[in-house]
Design a protein around this ligand. Structure first.
Ligand code: FAD
Length: 120
């Protein structure tokens, strides 16, 4: 059997930035890599919308398509330009997937992203 806290520690130590949000994209959890990549501490992001990572230049239709996809309980993946706390823009390769609870309700989203600015 898996040790009780193994899932938590594995997510916590993942090199991919991982966050869990409610159904409105309000951040409920962010892992260590998320803090390192974005420059925000957990205290600064918990309770805030993931939109705090937006560079405010992404066309609305990209977000509309993202939301249509995840609200239809599908996984969305794509590349967005995000902005760190310090104002630096980076290319974020992002996967957002719905988390369905035991009652079949969509209450959470799992977000995973990494910096692909330098990947070529
Ligand atoms: P808004 O004007 O708030 O939204 C733009 C459009 O998006 C709206 O016109 C609407 O069509 C749609 N939309 C926004 N919120 C909702 C909603 N609650 N329900 C239905 N449609 C909606 N964004 C990033 O820029 N970078 C990220 O790294 C990022 N990670 C995310 C991770 C997760 C797990 C989730 C769920 C969302 C993530 N988002 C991310 C999207 C983010 O939550 C915002 O929707 C986005 O940044 C646009 O916010 P805005 O305030 O600029 O625009």
């Amino acid at each position: 059997p898996l040790p009780p806290l193994l899932f938590f520690e594995a997510v916590e130590q993942s090199p991919i930035a991982i966050s869990i949000t409610d159904a409105q994209a309000i951040i409920l959890y962010a892992n260590r890599a998320f803090e390192e990549l974005t420059g925000y501490t957990r205290d600064e992001v918990l309770g805030h919308n993931e939109s705090l990572l937006s560079n405010n230049a992404t066309p609305t239709n990209i977000y509309q398509q993202l939301w249509r996809t995840i609200q239809a309980r599908q996984t969305w993946s794509g590349t967005l330009v995000n902005r760190t706390k310090w104002g630096g823009d980076y290319l974020a390769e992002l996967i957002i997937t719905p988390v369905i609870d035991r009652d079949g309700e969509l209450k959470y989203f799992l977000g995973m992203h990494r910096d692909v600015t330098k990947v070529h």
